[in-house]
Design a protein around this ligand. Sequence first.
Ligand SMILES: *Cc1c(COP(=O)(O)O)cnc(C)c1O
Length: 242
Amino acid sequence: MDLAANLASIQQRIMVACARVGRDVDSVRLVAVTKNHPPETIRASMDLGLTLFGENKVQEARAKIPLCPSAARWHFIGHLQSNKCREAAHYFEMIEGLDSLHLAQELNKACEKASKTLPILLEVNVAGEASKFGYRPEALLAEFKELNSLSRLEIHGLMTVAPWSATPEQVRPIFRRLGELKTQCEQILGAPLPELSMGMSGDFEIAIEEGATLIRIGTALFGPRAAANKIAKERAVDEGLD
Ligand SMILES: *Cc1c(COP(=O)(O)O)cnc(C)c1O
């Protein structure tokens, strides 16, 4: 795995995608997804200039983040469990992916106790896949005002995980729909929402063309992650199923 070469290639692809639609490269931020990768990988990434990292489990973050340079900044990109809100508020500068009022209220309480405010993104299950977390679009619009009334959370935008597809072009309508939903939320809010987090290793260029401001990339940067059975086991432990 040649991290420097992978990063250079991704940066080049970001540049080309931005140029295609007349966007400034600085309007797209790369979240390097480091789940299942050790602190050494994060240090090596920082030597190459990366500063923003994404983790999808509080349990992994708790073990890893204290071992990483303090200049690293962290986004939570997974499904947050309500009993982990306090820790999530401690380790992460943004929670990408709140998907219920209950969870938002729990996170708001945790932030109140910690005397802090936390930027969040709301996760949308645009395609309505049964296997995925995230708000259905109608439910998001119905709860948006109440979500916005939580004083310790600042809604910065929307996030989605697109369905897997053999050809990236098939996910374009999903990304476009997330952008339209952001516009609808902005109308409810009466103010702009700065962030759209969408696009991963397989489809980030299309996400950029459709307005992504945060792209979350793991595999294209760091290569394949640990075997699926290891991940499944960690998930079982994390969810108390083990
Ligand atoms: C793992 C993960 C990613 C990165 O996926 P790659 O395909 O490895 O780039 C992005 N977003 C979320 C929410 C993830 O869990």
